[in-house]
Design a protein around this ligand. Structure first.
Ligand code: NDP
Length: 446
């Protein structure tokens, strides 16, 4: 089996030599899917996995704009339309200086399996730009978004490709992107999700990824007759996903003691309560400040340039970015008694870290399963737009809860090993793969 995986990965590496993140994501999937293909030769014969690692289309374009000093700036825009076997392409836009084709292809590839797991009819895609929103005025953000959409509009649409937010793209950016699309096309459609609730957005969409990852962790804990109540929780990041992870953890009676950003992390042993969380939301979403200001305000410690994984905890939520948790971090977490790691970010744990978690047989959920709540509610936003109705908070939240439960059930179905250990990674990969693969088989060689 190892030889088959190796042979496949060599082939993919040869075709994509400069794309380490994409190759990492493919390897993670290939290791669990290739044994499954051996048991199910119809997929192997139709070269489904070979086709899935090749995007249906990659768009790359120039994004010129004028900064506040009237100087010309040039960024690079991308949209990776990975797989449309089960629905229109769907996946976020990321604005961050690190963005390149490798990162977007890894995200788009993961998105295909994630969207399939939600049970909703959504294909997979991802896009973005190497534009850095940090330190930019609202006017500059608007000019950039307008230029970006002036090219992207010809490739997206409510039944074609429906982008949303991701790192660096929140409600402000989605608003500017939507406004420009509407102006160019002269039509009001559900071309983006994460819209404001007064203009087509869904309630619970801002909360969805953070709430969803905690719901998933609660389902995992339940398999060991545990709950979040009274548990100490470590969270990385302080953006959208991290904020609503904290909110839901508080509702579940857990104590969250860390948050981070790209400069370091804060450790608040007393716990981040509702009032402190409200401060973080204002600090990050309105003032666009740094997490170290939390430490100054509440008199706790700020650890510059460090990640929170050496803080003793029961449950960890890596919610910032890819590869933020390595083998040593994983050993520290396990050594400190952590029993559950649920990923809010995409691919935050390195392959070596995942190996440590599964060897130790702690509960570990890959992002494609545990952070699917965001895209799930985006799918519900698309349904509401098509029906021209809005569901209330309770309706959306209960649908989100059901979808997360269902993803957990699929992971248990495909991922339970002989000794009873639930390998969520295997379960998510196979569970996500089967639906897409069957659709690809039915649709012929396209
Ligand atoms: P935000 O932009 O709201 O927040 C990102 C957070 O991560 C910030 O605290 C940011 O710090 C930190 N961060 C970003 N890049 C780095 C880096 N290179 N090193 C250290 N810290 C970093 O993004 P989201 O909360 O939306 O996204 C977080 C993760 O969740 C991403 O992996 C995203 O793909 C994933 N995700 C998001 C979904 C959503 O619905 N938003 C859905 C599913 C997954 P700083 O401010 O200093 O940059």
């Amino acid at each position: 089996m190892d030889a088959l995986v190796k042979e496949f990965l060599e082939k993919v590496t040869l075709r994509n030599p400069h794309e380490p993140e994409f190759l990492q994501a493919v390897q993670e999937v290939a290791e669990t899917i290739i044994p499954y293909l051996e048991e199910n030769p119809k997929y192997k014969k139709a070269k489904i996995l070979d086709r899935m690692v090749e995007p249906e289309r990659v768009l790359m374009f120039r994004v010129p704009w004028l900064n506040d000093r009237n100087e010309v700036e040039v960024n690079r825009g991308f949209r990776v339309q990975m797989n449309s076997a089960i629905g229109p392409y769907k996946g976020g836009l990321r604005f961050h200086p690190s963005v390149n084709l490798s990162i977007l292809k890894f995200l788009a590839f993961e998105q295909v399996l994630k969207n399939s797991l939600t049970g909703l009819p959504m294909g997979g895609g991802k896009g973005g730009s190497d534009f850095d929103p940090k330190g930019k005025s609202d006017g500059e953000i608007m000019k950039f978004c307008q230029s970006f959409m002036t090219e992207l509009y010809r490739h997206v649409g409510a039944d074609i490709d429906v982008p949303a937010g991701d790192i660096g793209v929140g409600s402000r950016e989605v608003g500017f992107l939507f406004g420009q699309y509407k102006r160019i096309k002269g039509e009001f459609t559900g071309v983006l999700t994460g819209k404001g609730t007064s203009w087509g957005g869904s309630l619970i969409r801002p909360e969805a990824t953070g709430y969803g990852v905690v719901y998933f962790a609660e389902d995992m804990l339940q398999t060991r007759a545990e709950t979040l109540a009274g548990k100490t929780v470590v969270v990385s990041g302080s953006g959208n996903v991290a904020q609503y992870t904290v909110e839901r953890c508080l509702q579940a009676g857990a104590k969250v003691v860390t948050l981070s950003d790209s400069e370091g992390f804060i450790y608040d042993p007393a716990g981040i309560d509702a009032e402190k969380l409200a401060y973080v939301m204002t600090l990050k979403n309105e003032q666009r400040g740094r997490i170290r200001e939390y430490a100054e305000k509440y008199g706790c410690e700020f650890f510059a340039g460090q990640k929170p994984w050496n803080i003793k905890c029961d449950v960890a939520f890596p919610n910032a970015t890819q590869n933020e948790l390595d083998e040593e971090d994983a050993r520290t977490l396990v050594g400190n008694g952590c029993i559950c790691v649920a990923e809010g970010a995409n691919m935050p744990s390195t392959p070596e870290a995942i190996h440590v978690f599964t060897e130790a047989k702690i509960l570990y959920a890959p992002g494609k399963a545990s952070n699917a709540g965001g895209v799930a509610v985006s799918g519900l936003e698309m349904s509401q737009n098509s029906l021209r109705i809005s569901w209330n908070r309770e309706e959306v939240n209960s649908k989100l809860r059901e979808i997360m439960k269902d993803i957990h059930r699929i992971c248990v179905e495909y991922g339970t090993e002989a000794d009873g250990y639930i390998n969520y990674e295997k379960g998510a990969n196979i569970g996500g793969f089967v639906k897409v693969a069957d659709a690809m088989l039915a649709q012929g060689i396209v």
